[in-house]
Design a protein around this ligand. Structure first.
Ligand code: ACM
Ligand code: ZN
Length: 619
C-alpha cells in the first residue's frame, strides 16, 4: 500500500469512527430540551444500593427534590436510596444537590450537573435550578426500569432562553379530572416548562367554584349534550350525553400546590367580555339589554354573540367578586382575562352599553372593549395582580401599561405590543396551536383545522424579525395551546401533546445555536421509547411518509422524494397500490415515477410498521 492509500484509509477510518461515535452518543443519551453546554467525559457513574443522596441542610425544597430522585432511582438500584443532609461526610458514591451563589452568569432557573465515576453533583442558585438538573439526570437514566444504570460522565451547564415557557389546557370544552390535570403538569415539568395556563371558563362550561356565585357551577358547569363532528358540518349532529364538571376551591388549591412543587406557575383564565355563555346561563342579568336571556351553556363550538354587558355596573361588581376569589386561590402574579373574539353585536344595540360609551367618550365598541379590559386590569392591580390577555386586548385606547399580551393571531399583536413596551408571550396559531393537525389530515383524528407538524413547531423562532434588540426584550417567551373542542378525553389529549411538547420545550429553553432539527429527530427516537415505557399515548405521525415531486437533476424527469420527520427512517413503498411491507421496495433515494403511478409508503422500525401508510397518486 502506498502512502497516499494509507492516508486515505486513515481518514476513512477516522470518519467512520467519528460517525459511529456520534451514533453511539445519540443512542447513549438524549436531553430534551438541549442544554446550553454538554461536555462528554470518559467513564460513567453507576449508582447502587449504597449510593447516598445528599442535599443542602434545612432546605425543604431540596429535600423534596432529593426524595423524588430517590423514588425514581428505586427501580434501578433495588431500593430507595437514603437521604442525608450536607455538610455530610465527603466521599464517593453520592448524588449531591447544592445551592451556590458562585455560578457566574447563571440565572435563577439555571444549574450545573457534574457526573464522574465517583458521583454526581447538581448545583444551582435556587432549588428550581436543582429541580431542572434532576430532570436532566432523569433523562440520562435507562428507559426501562430495572436496567443497570450507567450514567455517562458529563459536565452540563444549562439555563433557559425564555422565562415564560408555557402550555395551555382548555378544560371548558372538555373537562379533565384533578388527577389528569396533575399528570399534565408532570408532563410540563419533565420538559422544564414553568407555566400552566388553565383555560377555566368558556361558553361550553364554567369550571371553577366561586362561592359567592354558586350558579356558575351548579348551572354553568354542565351542558346537556355536545356537537359531534366538525362545527362547519351540516346538518349539525349531537350526542345525547350531558357533559360537565368543575374544580372545587379545595381541588384548585391542591393542584396549585402540586404545580408549585414542580416549579410551575398556574395562570388561571377567566375569559371575558365574550366567551361567557356559561356564566350568563347562571346569571342572565349580566347580559346586554333590559331583560337578557335565557342563556344555556353552549352545546356546540364556535364564537357567539353572548357577552357581558359593558354598561351595567353589576357586571364589574360580579367580576370583581369573582376575581377576589380567583386571586386568593392562585398565588402567581399573573391572571389571564381572555379578551379574545368578543363580538360587538349586542353592545351595539344595548342602551346600557351605548350610555357607557357616551359617558366615557368612547368612539366605538372597540374602545368599549378597551375600557372593559382596563377596568378589569385596575381591579386586579388593586389585588396586586397583573393581567395577561389575548392580543385583542390591544383594541381601543391605551392598554394598561403593565398588561401582558398573548399573541395568538399570528405575530402582529406581539410585534405591536412589544413596540409599545408591553411584555409579550408568543403563541401564534400557525406554529404553536397543538390542537391543529400534526400529520396528513386524512389519517388523523378530527381537529379544528390547521397544520402544525413536529418539525413546524420545532422551527418556530419566537422573536419576530420586525423587532430591534430593545423591543425583543419584551418577548418573555412562548406557549403551546391545546383547545379541546375535538379532544374528548385524556388519551386523546396525550396524542395531541406528544411529541410536540418536546419541540415546544426546546424552542422555549434552548438557545437558537443549540437547536438542530437532525439531532432533535435522533433524540426523539429515545424519547419515543421513554413515552412507551411511561405508557404515554403519543402520536407517531412524525413517521408518516411525505411525498415531494422534484425534477431529476440530469434528466429533468419527474422524481419522487420520500421523507418523514423521524430520524433515519426505514421506508418501504409500493407502486401498484398495495400496502407496503418490508418485502416492498426499500427507499434509498429519489426515484423516477410514471404518470398515474399510485405510491403507498410506510416507515418500519425493528421489523414493525410505525405510523400509518400514506399514499400519493402522480398526476
Ligand atoms: C383563541 O384561540 N381564541 C385565543
Ligand atoms: Zn350592554
Amino acid at each position: 500500500m502506498n502512502a497516499l492509500k494509507i492516508l486515505l484509509m486513515a481518514v476513512l477510518i477516522c470518519f467512520i469512527n467519528s460517525d459511529a461515535g456520534a451514533q453511539e452518543q445519540l443512542q447513549q443519551f438524549s436531553i430534551v430540551p438541549e442544554p446550553e453546554l454538554v461536555k462528554v467525559m470518559p467513564g460513567n457513574f453507576i449508582p447502587n444500593s449504597a449510593t447516598v443522596i445528599s442535599y443542602e441542610d434545612k432546605n425543604s425544597q431540596l429535600k423534596f427534590i432529593a426524595d423524588q430522585l430517590s423514588a425514581k432511582l428505586k427501580s434501578h438500584t433495588g431500593g430507595k436510596l437514603p437521604l442525608r443532609t450536607l455538610p455530610g461526610v465527603p466521599g464517593k458514591n453520592q448524588i449531591v444537590f447544592k445551592l451556590s451563589d458562585k455560578l457566574p452568569g447563571m440565572g435563577a432557573e439555571g444549574y450545573t450537573l457534574d457526573i464522574n465515576s465517583s458521583g454526581i453533583v447538581i448545583t444551582a442558585k435556587q432549588p428550581q435550578g436543582c429541580f431542572y438538573g434532576m430532570q436532566t439526570l432523569l433523562q440520562l437514566l435507562p428507559v426501562n426500569h430495572g436496567d443497570v444504570v450507567a450514567i455517562p460522565a458529563l459536565h452540563i451547564q444549562d439555563q433557559p432562553r425564555f422565562s415564560w415557557r408555557g402550555a395551555m389546557l382548555d378544560v371548558s370544552r372538555h373537562f379533565f379530572t384533578v388527577e389528569q390535570v396533575k399528570k399534565y403538569i408532570d408532563f410540563l415539568a419533565a420538559y422544564k416548562l414553568n407555566t400552566f395556563h388553565w383555560h377555566l371558563t368558556d361558553n361550553q362550561g364554567w369550571r371553577i367554584e366561586i362561592k359567592k356565585y354558586p350558579l356558575l357551577t351548579s348551572v354553568g358547569a354542565w351542558r346537556k349534550r355536545s356537537l359531534i363532528g366538525h362545527f362547519e358540518e351540516q346538518p349539525e349532529r349531537f350526542d345525547a350525553v350531558p357533559h360537565g364538571g368543575f374544580y372545587t376551591q379545595a381541588e384548585i388549591k391542591d393542584i396549585v400546590a402540586y404545580a408549585q412543587q414542580k416549579y410551575i406557575t398556574v395562570v388561571p383564565e377567566i375569559d371575558l367580555p365574550g366567551h361567557c355563555t356559561s356564566a350568563l346561563a347562571g346569571y342572565p342579568e349580566l347580559g346586554c339589554g333590559e331583560n337578557p336571556g335565557p342563556f344555556e351553556v353552549k352545546d356546540k363550538w364556535g364564537v357567539f354573540d353572548d357577552v357581558y354587558c359593558a354598561g351595567k355596573e353589576n357586571t364589574f361588581k360580579f367580576l370583581e367578586d369573582v376575581f377576589t376569589e380567583v386571586a386568593a386561590l392562585f398565588p402567581g402574579k399573573v391572571i389571564h382575562i381572555g379578551g379574545d373574539e368578543c363580538r360587538k353585536t349586542n353592545w351595539k344595540s344595548c342602551t346600557y352599553c351605548q350610555a357607557r360609551m357616551e359617558k366615557e367618550g368612547l368612539k366605538d365598541e372597540h374602545e368599549l372593549q378597551g375600557y372593559f379590559i382596563n377596568r378589569i386590569a385596575q381591579i386586579l392591580k388593586a389585588k396586586n395582580k397583573r393581567v395577561i390577555g389575548w392580543d385583542e386586548i390591544l383594541e381601543g385606547k391605551e392598554l394598561a401599561t403593565d398588561a401582558i399580551v398573548m399573541s395568538w393571531r399570528g405575530t402582529t399583536g406581539g410585534v405591536m405590543a412589544a413596540k409599545k413596551h408591553h411584555d409579550v408571550v408568543m403563541t401564534p396559531t400557525t406554529y404553536l396551536y397543538l390542537d391543529y393537525y400534526q400529520g396528513a389530515p386524512y389519517l388523523e383524528p378530527l381537529t379544528i383545522d390547521g397544520f402544525n407538524t413536529l418539525e413546524r413547531v420545532y422551527s418556530y423562532e419566537p422573536i419576530p424579525s420586525e423587532l430591534n434588540g430593545d423591543e425583543a426584550k419584551y418577548i418573555k417567551g412562548l406557549q403551546g395551546n391545546i383547545w379541546t373542542e375535538f379532544i374528548p378525553d385524556f388519551n386523546h389529549l396525550q396524542y395531541m401533546a406528544f411529541p410536540r411538547l418536546a419541540a415546544l420545550a426546546e424552542v422555549a429553553w434552548s438557545s437558537p445555536e443549540k437547536k438542530n432539527w437532525e439531532r432533535f429527530k435522533g433524540k426523539m427516537e429515545r424519547e419515543y421509547n421513554r413515552y412507551e415505557a411511561l405508557g404515554i399515548n403519543y402520536s407517531k405521525s412524525a413517521y408518516q411518509v411525505g411525498f415531494e415531486m422534484v425534477s431529476g437533476a440530469r434528466t429533468q424527469k419527474p422524481q419522487m422524494v420520500l421523507k418523514t420527520q423521524s430520524y433515519n427512517p426505514e421506508i418501504y413503498y409500493s407502486l401498484d397500490g398495495t400496502d407496503p411491507d418490508q418485502k416492498s421496495i426499500r427507499y434509498i433515494g429519489p426515484f423516477n415515477v410514471n404518470p398515474d403511478a399510485k405510491i403507498k409508503a410506510a416507515t418500519f422500525k425493528n421489523g414493525v410498521q410505525i405510523g400509518k401508510t400514506t399514499e400519493y397518486t402522480v398526476k
